[in-house]
Ligand binder design. Sequence first.
Ligand code: ATP
Ligand code: MG
Length: 184
Amino acid sequence: MVTLEKIELKNFKSFKKLSLDIPKGFTAIVGPNGSGKSNIVDAILFVLGKTSAKKLRANRFKELITYHNGKREEYSEVCLYFSNDNNIFNVNADSVGILRRIKKSGETDYFLVWKENDKEKRKKLSKYEIIDLFRKLGLLGDTVISQGDLLKIINISPIERRKIIDEISGIAEFDEKKKKAEEE
Ligand code: ATP
Ligand code: MG
């Protein structure tokens, strides 16, 4: 399974520029109120394909672009770098980024980002390519548990909880296939 290694933000909400290495193991982001912790989570959700800006606490996608001194920057970019385990990304690099860019018009584009001979390479991905890639990486669907969801998970029955874990880990898909095969 791929692991998230680094998050890079450019003009995303309160961050003009941020490069955050994610060490192996358990990571916690701490800081005072309003310092941007939730904005980092919003950035991750944005790349993972949230189609509604409201879920990212903005009215429209373009509002995710940094607004400073009465002016909005031209664009915003968020890049999540993953370990290229078993060359799942099919490019010659150890770490590969999935970048989502927002233009002032509110339109967004996806790119694959990697380094070749110390030079950054970018390849634009179509809607179908990005969905395919997320499926391959096991990142399709609700892979991030938000504040409200966590309370729900604590309060539900163990069977319901197991269902959610199966869904996230991708086991549910095999259960469905097994059930179908048994019926045939
Ligand atoms: P808390 O501990 O209260 O949950 P937090 O660390 O999660 O705080 P965030 O909610 O991530 O903080 O950050 C909120 C800040 O981000 C606010 O100061 C808000 O003004 C700022 N912000 C949100 N969108 C933008 C934007 N487009 N441009 C500039 N700043 C923005
Ligand atoms: Mg917060």
